[in-house]
Design a binder for this molecule. Structure first.
Ligand SMILES: C[S@@+](CC[C@H](N)C(=O)[O-])C[C@H]1O[C@@H](n2cnc3c(N)ncnc32)[C@H](O)[C@@H]1O
Length: 252
């Protein structure tokens, strides 16, 4: 029987409620900061400004990342690993931070989406990858090499992962494929371990953690997404007194 819990609120505040060195593995899919007038995307075959939500517009991405990454490092066990997804919009600052916080960078995993949306403009290459930083607090960390090999048909797994973008199961705009989380959780944890996702969104990490018999704690700032995630994972929790607009203001 595993414990699954999702808390509503700003992850920086909620992380402070967790004891130091209490979590085996962290998967973080933070705001990439690609919404706003500077970034375009394709919607219904037309170019439009990218708008994932207010939560994805952050004026100082380095400062924002510094707050939650530092707290994640505090709660991570000495042999735990942290996996952080992103793109060029947020990843340079994460890389600098991991170094600044003296983390051991184990891998930079390139997630390649062969079926990524084509680009309408002819001004640059069509983005079809995301990067996942994999890091730990020391060189002695838990990593299931053998399972990685089995998942790769008996051959050593490389850091280029081809996993197609999948049809979303919820209305969350950035829902990750469960296949991606299955791989990450299998390689980074054992049954009964505690997994943390500070940016739970639609609950993909929780769904997979439950399926693979891991314990799970998720944080999410939007009440709407908390409800979606709880329903998707099949858990019920107490409702909390909370102001979404105030929490978003404090994201800076
Ligand atoms: C990129 S999405 C995560 C998507 C998720 N991996 C999934 O599969 O659905 C980031 C999520 O973080 C939430 N968020 C943004 N800032 C937050 C904060 N400071 N604390 C907690 N959640 C936050 C957003 O509401 C959004 O749902």
């Amino acid at each position: 029987m595993c414990n699954i819990s999702i808390k509503l609120g700003n992850c920086v505040k909620l992380l402070k409620t967790l004891p130091s060195k209490s979590v085996n593995m962290i998967f973080a899919d933070p705001p990439y900061n690609l919404s706003g007038k500077n970034y375009q995307t394709v919607k219904n075959g037309k170019m439009t400004n990218c708008n994932k939500g207010e939560w994805d517009v952050i004026s100082d991405i380095y400062k924002f990342n510094e707050k939650w990454v530092s707290e994640c490092v505090r709660v991570l066990k000495d042999d735990g690993t942290i996996w952080i997804s992103g793109t060029l919009h947020n990843h340079p600052s994460i890389g600098v931070l991991l170094k600044k916080l003296n983390l051991w960078i184990i891998n930079d995993i390139i997630w390649y989406k062969r079926n990524a949306t084509p680009l309408l403009s002819k001004t640059r290459l069509a983005p079809s990858t995301e990067l996942i930083w994999l890091a730990s607090k020391s060189k002695k960390y838990y990593f299931d090499y053998d399972t990685a090999k089995i998942l790769n048909g008996g051959k050593q797994m490389r850091n280029l992962w081809e996993i197609n973008a999948q049809r979303h199961k919820t209305k969350h705009p950035t829902e990750k494929p469960e296949t991606l989380l299955e791989r990450i959780i299998l390689l980074g944890s054992k049954e009964g371990d505690l997994i943390l996702d500070p940016f739970t969104g639609s609950g993909t990490t929780g769904v997979v953690a439950k399926k693979l018999k891991r314990n799970f704690i998720g944080f999410e700032i939007s009440p709407e997404y908390v409800e979606i995630a709880k329903k998707r994972i099949g858990i019920e929790n107490e409702t909390e007194n909370y102001s979404y607009s105030k929490a978003i203001e404090k994201n800076e």
